[in-house]
Every structure is written in C-alpha cells, then in structure tokens.
Design a protein around this ligand. Sequence first.
Ligand code: CAO
Length: 476
Amino acid sequence: MAKPRNARKHKNKAAAKKSPRKVIKLASARKSKGKSNGLPRPSSRPYGQAGKALEGVKILDFTHVQSGPTCTQLLGYMGADVIKVERPGVGDITRAQLRDVKGADSLYFTMLNGNKRSITIDSKHPKGKQILERLIKHCDVLVENFAPGALDRMGLTWEHIHKLNPRMIVASVKGFGPGPYEDCKVYENVAQCAGGSASTTGFRDGPPLVTGAQIGDSGTGVHVAFGICAALYQRTRTGRGQKVLCAMQDGVLNLARVKLRDQQRLKHGPLTEYSQYAENIPFGEAVPRAGNDSGGGQPGWVLKCKGWETDPDAYSYFITQAAVWEAICDLIGKPEWKTDPDYAKPPARLPRLRHIFSTIEQWTMTKTKFEVMDICNKLDIPVGPILSMKEIAEEPSLRATGTVVEVDHPTRGKYLTVGNPVKMSDSITEVRRSPLLGEHTEEILSKVLGYSAREIEEIKASGAITAPEKEKAAAA
Ligand code: CAO
C-alpha cells in the first residue's frame, strides 16, 4: 500500500521521538541489557508521578464560554501547554457573567479555564494576525468554538492554517453538523433539545425537560478532547494534522443513544420497563419521557427517605436488580415475594413495578439516604443517595482523590473547582488556577514566540494586544 504523502517527512527526529512505537522500542532495548522479557518496565517513580500524559503538546486555545474551554481545560489537566487567546480588554465573555465577587473573574470562567495561560490578541488587527500565525506555527492543536464562519472571517481558514503548519490539528465545536442548521449559533439547552435529550427527559404528563448536567457544552467538550487525542495519535503515523469537528447535537445524541435504541424497540411492542407499561398507558410513535425509570434492563426509581418532608434531597435511587431480588424481599419484609409467581421472576414484576417501588419506599422512608446506602451495599443491592451540591462540595473522599479541588486566586481568593475526573497511574494532575486576562501576554510573546523587547513595545503601541479604553471600561 502506498505510504501517505507526508509519511516520509515524518521521519524527522522530532516526530520519531514522539512515536509510541519508538518509546516501546527504547524501553525494551534498555531492558534487554538486563534480565528482560522485552516489556517496558513499570515506572520507578511514586504513583502518578512519571510525568504528564500530554507533556509537550501545545494547544492554541481559541475557545470561549463552556464547550471549548471544557475541552482545553481537560487537555491542560493532562499536561498540555494551553495558550488561551482572548480579545483585548474583554476576554472570554464568561469572565464577567454570573459574577459573584465584584471585580473578580466569575466562577463560570475560573472553573473552566484552569491550567491555561492567557494572551490577549486582537485577531482582526494586522499585527494581531501576525502573532496568531506565529502561534499557529508553534502549536500542535488549535481548538475553537466560535459561531460558524467566524474563524474563516478572521482569515484563519483550514487551508491557510494547514499551509502554515501541516501538522496542526484544528478542532471545532459547532452547534450542528453539515445540514440545514449548520449556520446556527447554539447554546447548551438548544443542543439538549436538538440531540434528543429533552424530549426523553421529564415526566410523561409534563413538558420536555433539560438536565442540569451540561451534556451539550461540557459533554461536547469531552468528545472533542477525545477526538484531539485520537488525531494526535494518528499524526504519529501520518505526520499530518486534520480537522476534528464535534457538533453539539451529535455529542448529545451520543449520550442519549439508549433512547434511539428504545425508539427502534417501539416497532416491536411496548417498552415494558417504562412505568407507563405498568400503568396500561399506550405508547405513541416516539420514545416518551420516562420520569425516573432506569434506562437499562434493571428497573429503578427514586424513593423517599427519612426527612423527605423538609429536605428536598432526602431521596435514594433504588435498583431492583434481578440478581439480588431475594435480598430485597427479605429487607423490606416481603419474603413471600421470593416464591410468589407474580413477583419471583423479572417479567412477572414488570406490570407491578409501581406497587413494588411504593412498598420498598415504605422501608426507605424509615431510613436516611445514607443508612439506605450502608444497609443495601452490604447486601449488594445497587442504590445511590441523591447528593446535593452542598454535600458533594463537602465530601472528604472527593477532596482526597482530587475530584474536588480548592485553588487560590489572586483577586477572588479560594474557590472550589472540579479536578480531573480521569485518574491515571503514571500521570498526575496538578490543578492550577485560571489566568487573569492577558496575564501571560508578554511571557508568551517573548519566551514562546521569541519577540524581542523592542518588538514587544512596537506590538503594544500598535493596539494589537491592548483594548481601546471604551472596551476596557465596558468589561470592568
Ligand atoms: N479578537 C477579535 N475578535 C474576536 C476575538 C479576538 N481575540 N475573539 C473573538 N472575536 C470575534 C469573532 O471573530 C466574532 O466576530 P465576527 O462575528 O465578526 O466574525 C465575534 O467575536 C463573536 O464571536 P461569536 O459569534 O463566536 O460569539 P457570540 O457571542 O456571538 O456567539 C456562541 C456565542 C457560543 C453562540 C457561538 O460562538 C457559537 O455558536 N459557537 C459554536 C457552538 C458553541 O460552542 N456553543 C456553546 C456555547 S457555550 O459553551
């Protein structure tokens, strides 16, 4: 098979150094001097301290609001050097949105932009364009989530970028993929609605509901991060960058795929695990909203626990997993259900789920949600307390694992953020605070792009990295 055109170019030293095959070869060569079985040795460093997974990867972060910043923050957590380009004087619009501390960057911004450096560049200024072009040559990946066409309007077409740096990966989040809506601007809830989540969320007798988890924005950001890592891996073979696109509609649909599964099952009869089936309510043509029904093959529901009358989160999710049905019967004082033909087997239980869950609820209401968890876990019954954000913020085990992290910020003081949810045995995540607007402009111009002090003075005087006074005042 013919080699890709750029494959030969890839044989330069720098590219070969990054090739995972080469890494394995070096490790096994080292090993073969001793008593080797040809496999790489485990790290001799303490857990999680063998360097960072994406060390050396340089990201030109042209993202704003939530979806793109989620992606680049994750890449930063994994060790990439993330250089966030922001509009002079204004910055990412979220710096000033939902502000809780006067004059300080909002939590909206700080919690999505950790582990990044900030440079301000007016991308429409001729000198600003020159700086951006240098950054494009320097970086491995450009990530953006502007409205459709905005990057092209800045003169940064794929062709132009690819010409400047054929190794660059250009990753984009858009609301919709190619098709009738490709030019539309999209925010979180629009994506939840267009991706099939809203029509299948909520209660049957209520309107469609959006979820609190930001599956449109943050969910798509995670998808794009995955696409970028895959493209970086492919580049080790081809030497070439590529375009990576994730439409928010597609990202949401990927997360709602069980509902597309149910849509197809509808052709073959009612969805027997939906409570609607037990209530003898006929199904329509499309997947209905399923309330708190489990999306899988093991029925579940949210049940009241002790204190529910005053505490809105005193509930547990309870799953009547078939494997532990007998333990459930004993626990709730219904040992006869173990042999009763109406209850003993899962298909017999389906039309009776409502009654079953209200009987279990009589038991859960006598216990706190944490007691339910303790008792059921010992019996292998899958349950989960409904945790409030207050409880999550205060949960010591989440602090201990670095999932919830406290960082210090020069203008707002200490705040909590969500650390890296992915834990890796060789790669530690250090969570660093978000940058102030333009905090690293000079550092990046001089140390990364090699501009001299005189050139930096010229850039400053040109207005390419500073805002007109009017915009500064508006953003304050
Ligand atoms: N210097 C100069 N101009 C800059 C700049 C810079 N550093 N950074 C951005 N701009 C300009 C853009 O070029 C654009 O100008 P034009 O309209 O003249 O091309 C302008 O700022 C506004 O960009 P935008 O259209 O992306 O921003 P918006 O606030 O109007 O729309 C959003 C926001 C999110 C709806 C839109 O960006 C979008 O649909 N993005 C794709 C989908 C997406 O990511 N949605 C998730 C949003 S929440 O995470």
